[in-house]
Each structure stands twice: as structure tokens, then as C-alpha cells.
Ligand binder design. Structure first.
Ligand code: CP
Ligand code: NVA
Length: 302
């Protein structure tokens, strides 16, 4: 049966640790110029309904380095953008490419694409989840802290797609997630319920100081996710006290690492002196998208 990667829970705990192991090996091999062509003759179709720097480049470079090929597909240039049904697109693409990576406005559309296609579908970000990002985040935490079990991760800001994936990942990693979001911007109840029912420790509140206290990792993301641009002014006011700055970071464990999936809005959710400090691991985090997605592509396609 074909495998999809639409949610971080599409893999098990064991599969996650195997995947991170493969990603670390690929990272080492790449440093010494070793590029085994495991995906020769394989093609990844990449549909982007929203902008991207990291996801697009890392998947495209990743496929190239594995000996395969990636196609960038703008839905505006596809018949999809003129109303061709998702299920018809899924059936046709299944005849041409080996897998689809899609960044979509609607999570449901990704589920529909996967349901009607015969090939693996990867979620490259939806309104609900960003599982590839969380894979890279877990790899970065393992590199930095050499474990995930009981690692205290503070999430400060918007309870968005990345936050939802972080919450679910706690089921697989044993990380303890402490969330501080303003009222009305908290992550979906269903994600918290699912995680707690499967034994994850998820604390939810509104106070950034409480979330960050003694944290090993301080994580944030934009206050204005793609698709919410019209709410920018209002959100900037509501989120003002959710900025990751030196003062807030001083409440975390000394030497705590700072993470951000990027793109960052400097001076808003994170200050220059934090993102550019030696506690920030955001550039490694971005690089790890490449390694972890290559490991994912091998799992789905090799
Ligand atoms: N973090 C992330 O997914 O970045 P892009 O939007 O640039 O792909
Ligand atoms: N939460 C952000 C992540 C961007 C990579 C967004 O959805 O725009």
C-alpha cells in the first residue's frame, strides 16, 4: 500500500527515529560529497498554492541529490487553477510522477488528493499542519540536546499549523510542550485532545513567562501566517507581548536553544539580538529540512 505523509502521526515512534537516523547519515555523506542515486528515474511533482523558499528549494535539491527530478507546479498555471477537480488531478498525476508534495490552503484538499491518487502525497504545509517542518525541528533538537524525551519546548505566539504539528509530535518524541498563545489564537482543541489522550504532556496558557520558564527550547513563528495578511495590524497589537526577546529568553534554562521555522519577521515575533545570537539554531533548523526530507523521500519512494 502506498504511504502518505500528511501528518506527523503518519509515522510511528520507531519510524521517526529511523528517519532521523537516516537524515543524520545523509547529512554526513553530503559533507564528503557522497550522493547515492537511490531515486534515479523517480519524479516529485510539487504543487505550491502558497509562497515558499525553504520547502521548495529543499525538496527540489533533495530530489536532485538523490538522483531523481522535481517539478515545480504553480496551480495558477495548471488546470487545477481553472477548476479541474482535485480527484482528477490526483489520478492524472499518478500516471506521470512518483510522488506529490503539495503546499495547500486547505488540509482537506491534501487528504482528497491522497485519497484519489495511487502515489505518496506529502504535506508541504496546510492551514492545519506542517509535518515536514516538525521533522526538521526534531532532528535539530536531537543534534543539539541528544534526546527528545522530557525536553521542555516552549511555544510562544500563534497556535498555528506548526504549533499543531509540534503538539502531535509530542506523542512520538516524549517532549513536553508548554504553549503560550493569546486567547482566541490557541491551537485547535482536537490536536491537544489527541496528544493528551496518547500520553503527551501539553500545557496550554496565555502567559509567555510561564511557558518559557526553565524551557530547553524556545520556539516561535510568525504572528501572521499566510492567508491571514488582512489581520496583520490587529494581530500585531494582540501579539505584542508574545515577542521572543532577550528579556523573555532570560527565563528559559541557561543556554536554551531558540527555534523558528522561518521566514522570521524581525522586530515582531523575534528580535534581531535573539535570532542572531549563539542560542539561535534557526539556520541549522532550515538546513535540516533538506536532510530530513531526503530521508522521507527514501522512505516513501525507494
Ligand atoms: N519553514 C518553511 O516552510 O519555509 P518556506 O515557507 O520558505 O517553505
Ligand atoms: N505558520 C506559517 C509557516 C510558514 C512556513 C504560515 O503558515 O505561513
Amino acid at each position: 500500500m502506498k504511504k502518505d505523509f500528511i501528518s506527523i502521526l503518519d509515522i510511528s515512534r520507531d519510524e521517526l527515529s529511523e528517519l532521523i537516523g537516516t537524515a543524520c547519515r545523509l547529512k554526513e555523506e553530503r559533507k564528503v560529497g557522497v550522493f547515492p542515486p537511490h531515486l534515479s528515474q523517480k519524479t516529485l511533482g510539487m504543487i505550491f498554492e502558497k509562497s515558499s523558499t525553504r520547502t521548495r528549494i529543499s525538496f527540489e535539491v533533495g530530489m536532485y541529490e538523490l538522483g531523481g527530478h522535481a517539478l515545480f507546479l504553480n496551480p495558477k498555471d495548471m488546470q487545477l487553477g481553472r477548476g479541474e477537480a482535485i480527484k482528477d488531478t490526483a489520478r492524472v498525476m499518478s500516471r506521470f510522477v512518483s510522488a506529490i508534495m503539495i503546499r495547500a490552503n486547505s488540509h482537506q484538499a491534501i487528504i482528497e488528493l491522497a485519497a484519489h491518487g495511487d502515489i505518496p502525497v506529502i504535506n508541504g504545509l496546510s492551514d492545519k499542519e506542517h509535518p515536514c517542518q516538525i521533522l526538521a525541528d526534531i532532528m535539530t533538537i536531537v543534534e543539539q540536546l541528544h534526546r527528545t524525551e522530557k525536553v521542555k519546548v516552549a511555544w510562544v505566539g500563534d497556535g498555528n499549523n506548526v504549533c499543531n504539528s509540534l503538539i502531535l509530535s509530542a506523542i512520538l518524541t516524549g517532549m513536553e510542550i508548554r504553549i503560550a498563545c493569546p486567547a482566541g489564537y490557541q491551537p485547535s482543541d482536537s490536536y491537544i485532545k489527541t496528544a493528551r489522550e496518547q500520553g503527551a504532556v501539553i500545557d496550554l496558557g496565555e502567559d509567555p513567562l510561564v511557558a518559557v520558564k526553565d524551557a530547553d527550547v524556545v520556539m516561535t513563528d510568525t504572528w501572521v501566517s499566510m492567508g491571514h495578511e488582512e489581520e496583520t495590524r490587529e494581530r500585531e497589537k494582540i501579539f505584542a507581548r508574545y515577542q521572543v526577546n532577550k528579556e523573555l529568553l532570560a527565563h528559559a534554562r541557561p543556554g536554551a536553544i531558540v527555534m523558528h521555522c522561518l521566514p522570521a519577521h524581525r522586530g515582531y515575533e523575534i528580535t534581531d539580538d535573539v535570532i542572531d545570537s549563539n542560542q539561535s539554531v534557526v539556520w541549522d533548523q532550515a538546513e535540516n529540512r533538506l536532510h530530513v526530507q531526503k530521508a522521507l523521500l527514501l522512505r516513501l519512494l525507494a
